[in-house]
Design a protein around this ligand. Structure first.
Ligand code: SF4
Length: 333
């Protein structure tokens, strides 16, 4: 559904500049942005996808992954189409690399989404990049808050500061992808840039959003010891309590010339991050419960046991402390 967009500036000669993400696309009459879903029509910027839903499902929150946020809860997950990045290894390219004209989209009102979400504990904006769905995700998340539901973003972090500050009022948690720790990778593999993503992680944390970070390790592209050390040190400089998920790559979309990540590389990343002082480090897609469970960083007590998507909170008090030693854990219950 088409409505007037937020975050844009009128320029000369009927052009507009979108201010939603770091691309700051300048669009002539009839042009659509990099994301394929924001268009200059008659000298005004419109979003073409307000309420346009490409997929809807119910997931465990652990699938996002968010491991320190309402563990074992069920979340209504929604997506639309388009993306502001062009990752060569995108898992959801069928919906992220097309515009609204190429897929059947179900048009929904915020009230309709909320009515379904009431059966669960929250709403996740996920599968494709929620930043480019800003208007709808904000309107629905605002209503969700009033209903006592949580709202989370699974995002590439490619968003400008002003809209992020608005999101912070309604979005409770974010899993943000840091896809590598080099500008070269971002330029070649994603079509974007690393610096704005790092800024998003830092600012989201400062604004009080619960933040977890995912780093997908791809052989030869972002798997060096040095790069992972730099990444871990950077997370530590923000807070050692930020949960970090290293995830295993499998060949996908346009990146089929690299093998799956060896599990030993994931173990190396885990050791580096722990030795740097990060308190909560996890491995994804290796299916090893000991690397998916949460332990107290002070006494080693098992706090949350995860086996695949079965989650049991076993060692935490109701106010989020370790039952054995009393350490306050960075967790939203
Ligand atoms: S949100 Fe879309 S139109 Fe706006 S700056 Fe980013 S890519 Fe361009």
């Amino acid at each position: 559904m088409r409505i007037l967009a937020r975050y844009w500036t009128k320029l000369e000669d009927g052009k507009v500049r979108c201010e939603l993400c770091p691309f700051r696309c300048i669009l002539k009459e009839g042009q659509t942005g990099v994301c394929r879903v924001r268009k200059n029509i008659g000298g005004k910027l419109y979003t073409l996808i307000y309420g346009s839903v490409s997929s809807m499902a119910v997931d465990p929150i652990e699938k996002k992954p968010l491991f320190h946020f309402h563990p074992a809860s069920e979340v209504l997950s929604l997506s639309t189409v388009g993306c502001n990045l062009r990752c060569r290894h995108c898992q959801n390219w069928e919906i992220s690399q097309v515009g609204p004209e190429f897929l059947y989209l179900k048009e929904m009102t915020p009230e309709e989404v909320i009515q379904i979400a009431r059966n669960y504990e929250g709403i996740a904006w996920t599968y494709n990049e929620p930043t480019i769905w800003h208007e709808f995700t904000v309107d629905v998340s605002k209503m969700a808050k009033k209903e006592g539901l949580y709202a989370v973003y699974v995002t590439n972090g490619y968003i400008n500061e002003e809209p992020l500050r608005e999101l912070a009022r309604y979005i409770d948690a974010m899993n943000i992808d840091v896809k590598a720790f080099s500008e070269d990778f971002y330029r070649r593999i994603t079509g974007g840039s690393l610096k704005p993503v790092l800024h998003t992680v830092e600012l989201a944390h400062r604004l009080g959003i619960h933040v977890e970070v995912t780093y997908l390790i791809i052989p030869e592209l972002n798997d060096s010891k040095e790069e992972i050390e730099k990444f871990a040190q950077w997370v530590y400089s923000i807070s050692p309590e930020i949960p970090v998920h290293f995830s295993r790559f499998f060949p996908m979309y346009k990146l089929t010339d690299k093998p799956p990540t060896p599990v030993k590389t994931l173990h190396m990343a885990y050791e580096i991050a722990k030795n740097t002082g990060l308190e909560y480090v996890y491995l994804g897609n290796t299916w090893e419960p000991e690397y998916e469970s949460t332990y107290c960083p002070q006494c080693g007590n098992l706090l949350i046991q995860r086996v695949y998507y079965s989650t049991h909170v076993v060692g935490l008090t109701r106010d989020g402390k370790c039952k054995r030693c009393g350490k306050k854990i960075n967790i939203v219950l």
